[in-house]
Design a protein around this ligand. Structure first.
Ligand SMILES: [Zn+2]
Length: 494
């Protein structure tokens, strides 16, 4: 340690080399007379501080050879945020493209940053839903800590966001905001009436008639008697379609407004407020999108982005399924509506939608928010398949046995029978599973079960060995992410 401390003091890291310590040179930074460096020792990643002053004193750690060796703890992250503002999350507003890069493992941040650095798009590195927290046994503190340390490790100073993703409950909204999350994705699915879609026209009309006359008049005046004027969007309301949209979305619009007034408008800092209406039984028509947006606008609810459910299917971890011509047609209207109301169109389950990325880049003029989450987990699994075939085989087998359980959380059309049996694959061929849609979905949706699986003695069945493997292969993992997420950016025009 003495040699390392000397090297940090001198500011010349190249004078130090040791097989037992990996130095993250990009992290090297000075705050006043204090120098900071992130390293990995046999005991894991550590923050090393050298010098004198408040930052040094506030870091919790052990004094060794005249420097402080500090763990990557939650408390130390808060201290870093205080002295190095770029390590704290920020809101971005609507004038720059953003990409949600949900990291369920807490180790994908460096690769994500390397991919996005220098490009005309900003990363939302911390992005998890409550469901993901439950499935991985993590907290929002863990998620934010991992993102902040990744930013520090890479010396990335262009800013990153933190998204409380798909939040439905006020207690979760409060939790995320209290921790300093800078983006809030309000999931309105519990206030969207999903029973309407399956009703007959007569049943819809009957339900609609039960709404207060004042409400019906409001909607009819605005959408049937006045033509919507949104340049670039094709919008045409029929009486039946309007009745349906009102029944589906009216309560959700009230919910959006209430949350905005209570939590967003009253906040003393900027928050990127996203409305998610993607979890509905039917695709969001441009007319429904406009209706929701227009009502919000009139009530003074300003938003950062809106996530409609597009036509076709955006399943996790695989390319777009559906009619691309129709997708393009509707996308043009969705994008025009977003431009009209001055927010960004948000694309959920956006990983691996290679066939529609160029259209998304084109119609949004490069101003969009796109979310990816599980694709970095699949890249991690690909690393395991390459370097630890025995672990991969055990995980794959377990995933097959527990696939049905996982489908309770995720909608996929996986054909398990189409996956090449493990016994027929050579070790060298294992990474190929990550190029096949059915196997991708199999491993994609079982992440929570795999990470939480326990042996009879209570120890983790896969997680410890998995993280150990990824730690040893940190650079390979980052390289995989640069390639895979890099392809996303390229096709999106970034
Ligand atoms: Zn969504």
């Amino acid at each position: 340690m003495k040699q390392l401390i000397e090297a940090i003091k001198s500011g010349n890291l190249s004078t130090f080399s040791s097989p037992a310590v990996k130095v993250y040179a990009s992290s090297f930074t000075q705050v006043g007379s204090i120098s900071l460096l992130l390293v990995r020792t046999e005991a894991g990643k550590k923050l090393i501080a050298v010098g004198e002053g408040d930052l040094y004193n506030q870091l919790n750690g052990e004094v060794v050879d005249g420097g402080k060796v500090a763990p990557l703890s939650h408390e130390n992250r808060l201290t870093l945020n205080q002295f190095l503002p770029y390590t704290a999350p920020q809101a971005f507003g609507t004038q720059v493209a953003t990409m949600g890069l949900g990291d369920r493992l807490g180790i994908a941040g460096p690769g994500h940053i390397q991919t996005i650095r220098g490009k005309d798009i900003r990363p939302v590195l911390a992005q998890q839903s409550i469901r993901e927290l439950a499935l991985t046994g993590r907290t929002y503190e863990d998620v934010l800590d991992a993102a902040a340390y990744a930013v520090f490790q890479e010396g990335y100073k262009d800013g990153y966001g933190a998204d409380g993703d798909h939040l439905k409950k006020e207690e979760d909204i409060k939790y995320a905001l209290r921790l300093g999350f800078t983006m809030l994705t309000l999931d309105c699915s519990e206030n969207i009436n999903n029973t309407i879609e399956s009703l007959s026209e007569a049943e819809i009309a009957a339900q609609y008639e039960q709404l207060p006359a004042r409400l019906r008049n409001h909607y009819e005046n605005r959408y049937l008697e006045t033509a919507a004027n949104v340049p670039g969007a094709t919008l045409y309301y029929t009486r039946q379609a309007l009745q349906k949209d009102v029944l589906i979305y009216d309560a959700a619009i009230n919910f959006m407004e209430a949350i905005f007034r209570k939590y967003i408008a009253t906040l003393d800092r900027a928050v990127d407020f996203e409305i998610s209406i993607d979890e509905t039984a039917t695709p969001t028509s441009p007319e429904a999108h406009y209706l929701v947006a227009n009502e919000l606008h009139d009530r003074g609810v300003s938003i950062f982005s809106m996530a409609p459910r597009f036509c076709g299917e955006f399943q996790k971890g695989i390319d777009y399924i559906g009619d691309i011509t129709q997708f393009e047609l509707e996308l043009a209207s969705h994008a025009a509506i977003a431009v009209h109301f001055e927010y960004k169109l948000s694309i959920h389950s956006g990983s691996d939608k290679f066939s529609v990325f160029p259209l998304i880049g084109q119609y949004t003029n490069g101003l969009f928010h796109i979310k990816t989450a599980g694709t970095n987990w699949l890249e991690a699994v690909r690393v395991v398949a390459k370097v630890n075939p025995s672990l991969y085989r055990r995980m794959h087998q377990y995933a097959l046995e527990h696939f049905a359980e996982a489908t309770a959380y995720y909608h996929v059309t996986t054909d398990i029978g189409a996956i090449v049996p493990l016994a027929e694959s050579t070790d060298a061929g294992l990474p190929d599973y990550m190029d096949e849609n059915n196997a991708r979905q199999l491993l994609h949706i079982t992440y929570g079960l795999l990470l939480q699986a326990k042996n009879a003695d209570g120890s983790k069945q896969f997680a410890d060995e998995f993280f150990q493997t990824l730690e040893e292969q940190e650079d390979t993992f980052a390289e995989g992410l640069r390639y895979h997420i890099g392809r996303h950016l390229e096709l999106l025009g970034k």
